[in-house]
Design a protein around this ligand. Sequence first.
Ligand code: NAD
Ligand code: IPM
Ligand code: MN
Length: 348
Amino acid sequence: MSSKLVFLPGDGVGPEVADAARRVLDAVVNKFGFDVSIETFSFGGAAIDSHGIPFPDETKGACLSADAIFLGAVGGPKWDNASVRPEVGLLEMRKALDVYANLRPITIFDGMTSLSPLKPELAEGVDILIVRELTGGLYFGDRLEGNDTALDKCEYSRAEVERVARIAFESARQRKGKVTSVDKANVLATSRLWRNAVNELHQNEYKDVHLEHMLVDAMAMKLIQCPSAYDVVLTENLFGDILSDEASVLSGSIGLAPSASLGEGTRGLYEPIHGSAPDIAGQGKANPVGAILSIAMLLRHSLAQSEAAQAIEQAVQQSIKSGHGTADIKGSDSTRQFTDRIVGLLPG
Ligand code: NAD
Ligand code: IPM
Ligand code: MN
């Protein structure tokens, strides 16, 4: 049976990294011999230009009936004053797909410590999975936008916290067995609810997992001071957005970081964590690895093709270890050259 994949290249470097992801996907489909149908749809600023809105109905219909969706990136200065911004389309899509758990792994593999801005002894062995709540909190609360005052409402229900915490605890069981839950419980009511709900679920169902709590300001510091002390980091939507950009730098570049957004079932939305990078768009400079590793996550979570996923991860590691790469990781390859190198390292 053929799996249905939807590709949304989006804006800025989005189409460049989506093209790289597509070429790696085509290569493993050929090598491992499974069936996929891939269709590309308009999304983000590109869809504002073609359809007047960032998340057109035909794109939404295709996403809802797909097995998995790959997104490049959306946004850019051209649409900053659009009546509905590209970013709003992304939030609508996450909500429509009900992908409430955003998994953002940050790993420094062997031979990569020299890319990190941290001293090698601090960078060594970093292997963090950020589990970011993705469909609640400030991103989805009521908003009032006035000239003199504005309001963004932050609301979480116990059920919303529990379902994402469950993903964090389950992930920890497959990893080193530790969850660090990050909040701002010394100030925010939503954080106190968050902490209570996480504690209760832990007590009732996950006592075998080691749980600790950390305030978000301290966590921002600890991520730099002792990143290898962390395994699974569970947090709410906005804190997860910020901490994941910070954590991505530990490995050398935000361009290396993939993500999977999951809900119930196997359907998922896969995207590198970086944005449309308008400062380097159209120049062949974008690091394609975050997008390519997002394809590996797609193959593993949505298509149960773990061998193909592993082959991609190994080819990426080998290519980085060989000292090649795009400028953000101290290399001189273009996006296309680096992608060709990775494709060339896939098993024959
Ligand atoms: P950004 O992530 O696009 O860029 C931040 C910095 O990282 C820039 O210096 C950029 O050149 C660099 N960078 C990003 N991706 C890279 C890659 N693949 N290779 C090498 N370097 C890379 O963040 P920004 O500049 O704050 O945002 C630009 C636009 O992207 C905004 O409109 C924002 O809303 C949007 N955005 C979209 C997504 C998404 O689609 N998921 C994520 C983040 C930001
Ligand atoms: C991300 C991005 C998005 C977010 C924006 C573009 C809405 O920064 O995927 O990290 O804040 O979730
Ligand atoms: Mn972000």
